[in-house]
Ligand binder design. Sequence first.
Ligand SMILES: NC(=O)c1ccc[n+]([C@@H]2O[C@H](COP(=O)([O-])OP(=O)(O)OC[C@H]3O[C@@H](n4cnc5c(N)ncnc54)[C@H](O)[C@@H]3O)[C@@H](O)[C@H]2O)c1
Length: 400
Amino acid sequence: MNDSTTFSRRKFIGISSLAGVGWAFSGLPSIAQPSVSRLGTFSTSRTFKMGMIGCGNRSKALIAALNSVPEIEITALCDIVPHKMEQRSQLIKGQPKPKFVNTLNELLNMSELDCICVVTPNDTHKAIVIASLEAGKHVFCEKPMALTVADCNEMIGTVERTRKVLQIGHQRRHSAEWRLLVETIHNKPLGKILQSSLYDYRGDWRVPDADEYPAGVEYWRLNQARSGGVVYEMGAHIIDINNWVFDSEPVAVCSIQGVNNFSLRKRDSSDHAGVLVQYANGAMMNYGGNVYNYGSTALDTFFCVNGTVQLGGGKLSIKYGSPAGFPKPADMPAPEEISLRERNQEGDGTAEQFQHFAEAMDGKAKAFPDGYIGRRVVQIMQGSLIAAKEKRIIEVKELG
Ligand SMILES: NC(=O)c1ccc[n+]([C@@H]2O[C@H](COP(=O)([O-])OP(=O)(O)OC[C@H]3O[C@@H](n4cnc5c(N)ncnc54)[C@H](O)[C@@H]3O)[C@@H](O)[C@H]2O)c1
């Protein structure tokens, strides 16, 4: 197993976890507050030329982010629906108009391209990533890395053979807000992490316009085999953060998921899920999500031996405490509440991840998050699908 998590913690967190060491931490440095953004704080030796494949909804946010990353130029767009390339090209600022191509082969034949940005439906990621790496391109691939652990293994094998960069689009790894959460749990005197409680709710997927897909092509998000359903599409983000917080490998997964709201749209992709995961360090994640709720989102909560951390509503709150009947230590820290809005630390890291990708292509950094980190999320997501289908606990090692 590659130790990219250790790399990432050294790079982004600075000091190691203080798990299980007790209360006496008055001499510790306070959490290093991550800067709002590193954009513009470094330069690469040259501009990298990117071909973006998939000009759908997500590409709008990626192009907006890339407009603030001068180290990368979008030189080509590729989509099976021609008018989407024209629409997206209009969002690109301060760069020559990109070339439009309809097939991956045409894109990969453009020798001037340094890298490919994969923004196509989930079931296409593996083939496009592998073909791009084999063609000598660096690759940025949107989350989820792939649908199965076996596919991730093939992708990682291709990275190792081609020595090209593969970075996965878990943008929260580059967001100041999420880094603050991880640093808080690792560095504050909270003790060993024991459990998390994480929930995502949203009101169904976007309804695509009639001309967005070729005639007869259904919306892939409503198709379980193409998307993986709610855990892959929505859960992937917070599951990755949980993996970062827990800093341990998932070992067992159980889940109930499926479709239980038939009133919205015809679909076979799961619209709700509950997923329980046990990690090698003994900690447990409890994830729940659905795509038919229009209410507010619950707080992400992390329970440690000496306290609880909650993130949500623009705030990070840290509460310390010991159970009733246990003496309260004299040096127990006071609760803390950090307003993310006041500190301007909200922001999802989409632009920053591309700046990091440029650094990685320039040989100045390792891809982050890399395929090993992406695969760890897929271990949980694929494990949850099989667990729900077969109504049993899945051991992650079964997945290969
Ligand atoms: N990181 C995030 O926060 C985030 C957010 C949304 C979506 N995503 C991911 O981005 C990816 C795309 O999602 P989306 O919402 O843009 O979907 P979408 O359906 O809006 O867009 C997908 C595009 O890919 C094109 N396409 C499909 N197959 C193709 C092929 N073989 N060659 C060229 N083009 C092809 C489609 O025509 C479409 O324009 C998914 O993997 C999704 O999970 C990530």
